[in-house]
Design a protein around this ligand. Structure first.
Ligand code: DSN
Length: 452
């Protein structure tokens, strides 16, 4: 095939799409432009987010969107898949390389879907699932009653010690007592290193499968700055848009257990996963998403990403230290990863939602978060969660974290609390912080996002 012709046709497609959108749908075009500008002007510290490289975004807008099929490369139910087969195989190879895995499935539509695939493939309704309590930093899909995983299965939750660390003794006691079919390790709001080896020892003792949901720390694992669960857990799941700086989507990975047999003594565990994704749980794969995953997975295997992984941790540690120095209650006293969790109720006598809104009004984006023993609802909360993924990507280091913490403290110290959800904030403070944040964002711009 003529490569020049190919390159030109892709650029023309993108250009004509851009022009038609602008001409035919100015309302949508302006909203998209506004969102792009918003992202350029705010410091995003939602720990579950990152910023996709422009080359990842381009992959999502390619003609692979138009390919409808089912099945896997080389075994599709529709014609016209020879090129997307190559793309999906590339994504699989890159996922395996990134995580040093023996098996990868790149079709899950999200991290939640990846967890759902495994739980519904491994368990029957009523079987016991042991996961971290949502209020202790767990995820909805780890057995919360608000999720199908807590309703179809029998959820049992483990929690934290008084120091805020995973209570491994309790995990073991509960595992021995309840004999769960599956134990999930992994968290959405846990600032410390997870001991996957310990989890596997407990799972083996209790006769359970171990899933490691590493959605939040996947990038640190790939960069080699957090221990990998790949050969400890039977199955590892992750979303691709958090720390892999990729598109919306998920992955299921397996290490040394890929060849192990399921309880029937015949089916390989990796075959369970393969059939579990399709046809059991999902239908057509999102091939544009898979294309973008392939791109992101190449990105995270580069040496620069190792540097970024370390900077993510250095930044989060610096943020935690700055807030501790200012007298805030930083849970567990610090962090080992990208997350800083704070009890904002005890720190500043305000709820998480007030802190979130006040900071948002000053271009500082964080999220309210329930914390261990929280008496406030999920829409109010006593805590806030900060994450360093996007700040590190902007090239900000620990020195800039002290500047960011100062601006956040300026805002939070100026808030006049009027209730659980009500507050006022002086417009002078607001305007001055916004101006400073915009300047900081210009100085440390998002790579490729179009700040002049
Ligand atoms: N799991 C949610 C979070 O951590 O915020 C969203 O991905």
């Amino acid at each position: 095939m003529n490569k020049n012709k190919q390159n030109k046709s892709m650029a023309m497609l993108a250009q004509s799409g851009f022009e038609r959108l602008q001409k035919e749908d100015p309302v949508l075009f302006d909203l998209l432009e506004a969102e792009n500008n918003r992202q350029n002007e705010v410091l995003a510290m939602v720990a579950a987010s990152s910023v996709a490289d422009p080359s990842v975004l381009v992959c999502e807008g390619t003609a692979t969107v138009n390919v409808t099929t089912e099945g896997y490369p080389g075994a599709r139910f529709h014609a016209g898949c020879n090129i997307v087969d190559e793309i999906e195989n590339l994504a699989i190879d890159r996922a395996k390389k990134a995580f040093n895995a023996q098996y990868a499935n790149v079709q899950p539509h999200s991290g939640s879907s990846a967890n759902g695939v495994l739980l519904f493939s491994l368990m029957n309704p009523g079987d016991t699932l042991l996961g971290l309590d949502l209020d202790c930093g767990g995820h909805l899909t780890h057995g919360s009653k608000a999720s199908v995983t807590g309703r179809y299965f029998n959820p049992v939750s483990y929690g934290l010690t008084d120091a805020g660390l995973i209570d491994y003794d309790q995990v073991r006691d509960l595992a021995i007592k309840h004999k769960p079919k599956v134990i999930i390790s992994g968290a959405s709001a846990y600032p410390r290193t997870i001991d996957f080896k310990r989890f596997r020892e407990i799972a083996d003792e209790a006769g359970a499968y171990l899933i490691a949901d590493v959605s939040h720390i996947a990038g640190l694992i790939v960069a080699g700055v957090h221990p990998s669960p790949i050969d400890h857990a039977h199955f590892t799941t992750t979303s691709t848009y958090k720390q892999l700086y990729g598109p919306r989507g998920g992955l299921i990975l397996m290490g040394r257990d890929h060849d192990a047999l399921a309880e029937d003594g015949k089916t390989k565990l990796s075959t369970r996963v393969q059939r579990g994704v399709f046809p059991y749980f999902q239908g057509t794969p999102n091939l544009a998403g898979i294309t973008a995953k392939a791109r992101a997975l190449d990105h995270v295997c580069r040496d620069e990403f190792k540097v970024l992984g370390q900077r993510i941790i250095d930044d989060a540690k610096a943020l935690a230290q700055c807030f501790s120095d200012k007298g805030y209650q930083v849970l567990t006293g610090g962090t080992d990863n990208h997350i800083v969790l704070m009890n904002i109720l005890t720190s500043k006598n305000m709820t998480g939602v007030v802190a979130e809104k006040a900071l948002e009004s000053c271009n500082l984006i964080v999220n309210k978060n329930r914390i261990f023993g929280d008496q406030k609802s999920a829409m109010v909360t006593s805590g806030i969660r900060l994450g360093s993924n996007s700040l590190a990507l902007r090239g900000m280091g620990p020195e800039q974290m002290s500047v960011c913490a100062d601006y956040m403290d300026q805002v939070l110290s100026a808030v006049e609390v009027k209730g659980d959800k009500e507050y006022s904030l002086s417009s002078d403070v607001q305007n001055s912080v916004i101006q400073n944040i915009k300047e900081l964002c210009q100085q440390f711009s998002l790579p490729g996002y179009g700040v002049e």
